[in-house]
Write a protein that binds this ligand. Structure first.
Ligand SMILES: Cc1cc2nc3c(=O)[nH]c(=O)nc-3n(C[C@H](O)[C@H](O)[C@H](O)COP(=O)(O)OP(=O)(O)OC[C@H]3O[C@@H](n4cnc5c(N)ncnc54)[C@H](O)[C@@H]3O)c2cc1C
Length: 388
């Protein structure tokens, strides 16, 4: 039983079915009705520092390519367009070059791009940049389509419009299924793929998982002829992603889409589930994007939308079995990378469900890590309790 039919739940359903399991996918709304339908579809290795998240991103990049190669590429708008990270100063370029060296050692393809060659790759980039790094493995999909097609390909029994209100457990404490507002659904294993609401679903089983919302806005321009060829962003984006601050961060990623509009995303701030429009966030996104691509100054923004990333305090998702509740698995907390990291997560969950050893070490992603009094983010919580 997979709770949550977003991108991550869809990937768990697909790989569990491919491992020979019978899968029920339950969601209180439609497929992709959560954060998956409210974000963007960048599949990035470029913004990950060496470590477990990068390993998961590399595994996922390989699986996305395989899924595209199975005939899904057109349906999910998969584009292997590559990412271009640019630095505006020599200092920023030095840090970017250091990061790229570490990523290369971890298996990422990187190509240094001199300042005078940047405009060969992106003719409309601002002049005067110090240089950049090209990441050929970065790609993109259309998230809602990708989730829907993975659900369909899984053949899972989809139970939409059913809210899970309890995780059922037997006398031995092991999972027996879930209670929903429309009756019980029984299963020997439950995967919590409830994204930003993953902490609430964990609580239904009586365990803690501190998933918090990290709000993001995306600006959408009017449709344009193709002018932005890669995913383009400034080097300081990586620091913003890794930041623990609750305050607004807005180094934009600029990308063209098949339909013509340019997407400028996305801001990051921890303000709970506040859906009100933030002009400061939108202004900062627009200013950052026009610094990279001056032609955008003369382009109209058509609309904006927002979503809530599932944030865990150490910026790593919770993936794997929960040692506190036999039969409970977690696949949530992927913050701003859940589309990119979904297939790898799905495969690792399927391997765990099938009793095989997972392809990557799940220790850094273990769901009970915040119970550990020595965990650095546990200590941070004691110093400054998280607020919802
Ligand atoms: C502005 C913005 C831009 C982003 N850009 C990118 C990007 O470029 N690349 C990238 O990789 N990621 C990006 N992300 C992050 C990405 O969207 C998320 O990490 C991802 O969508 C999480 O997917 P999920 O399946 O875990 O969660 P969700 O899509 O939120 O799915 C969880 C599901 O669980 C269901 N659910 C919750 N509680 C219950 C319950 N009790 N009973 C039944 N169902 C329940 C919900 O209805 C929901 O459908 C972005 C996010 C935002 C907000």
């Amino acid at each position: 039983m997979v709770v949550g039919a977003g991108m991550v739940g869809a990937a768990c359903a697909l790989y569990a079915a491919r491992a020979g399991l019978e899968v029920i996918l339950v969601d209180r709304g439609p497929v992709a009705g959560g954060t998956t339908g409210a974000g963007e579809g960048n599949l990035l290795v470029s913004d990950k520092e060496p470590g477990p998240e990068l390993q998961l991103a590399l595994l996922s990049a390989r699986l996305w390519r395989e899924l595209a190669g199975e005939g899904l590429a057109g349906a999910i708008e998969y584009e292997a367009k590559g990412g271009l990270v640019v630095a505006s100063t020599p200092d920023a370029l030095a840090s970017l070059t250091d990061l790229a060296a570490g990523q290369r050692a971890a298996g990422v393809d990187t190509v240094s791009v001199d300042a005078h060659r940047l405009r060969d790759l992106e003719p409309h980039l601002a002049p005067g940049l110090a240089g950049g790094v090209l990441y050929p493995q970065d790609a993109q999909v259309m998230p809602a389509l990708a989730a829907a097609h993975l659900v369909r390909a899984s053949g899972a029994r989809l139970e939409g419009g059913r809210t899970v209100t309890r995780i059922l457990r037997g006398r031995d404490g092991a999972v027996r299924g879930v209670r929903t507002d429309r009756g019980d659904l029984l299963a020997p294993a439950v995967v919590n793929a409830a994204g930003t609401w993953g902490g609430d679903v964990a609580a239904l089983a009586g365990v803690g998982l501190p998933v918090l919302p990290r709000r993001g806005f995306v600006l959408v321009t009017e449709p344009l002829p193709p002018r932005v060829r890669h995913k383009v962003y400034a080097a300081d984006y990586v620091a913003d992603v890794a930041s623990d601050s609750a305050a607004l961060q807005t180094s934009p990623v600029v990308e063209g889409t098949a339909a013509g509009p340019v997407l400028i995303g996305a801001s990051r701030e921890r303000v709970g589930f506040d859906r009100s429009l933030s002009l400061p966030a939108l202004r900062a996104l627009a200013a950052g994007a026009t610094r990279l691509f001056p032609f955008l100054e003369h382009v109209r923004a058509m609309r904006t939308y927002l979503g809530f990333r599932p944030y865990l305090p150490d910026h790593l998702p919770a993936v794997g079995p929960d040692p506190r509740v036999p039969g409970l698995f977690h696949a949530c907390g992927h913050e701003g990378a859940g589309i990119g990291l979904a297939p790898g997560t799905g495969l690792l969950i399927a391997q765990s469900l099938a009793g095989r050893s997972p392809e990557l070490d799940l220790a850094p992603l273990r769901p009970d890590r915040f119970d550990d009094p020595e965990h650095p983010d546990r200590r941070a919580e004691e110093a400054a309790p998280w607020t919802r």
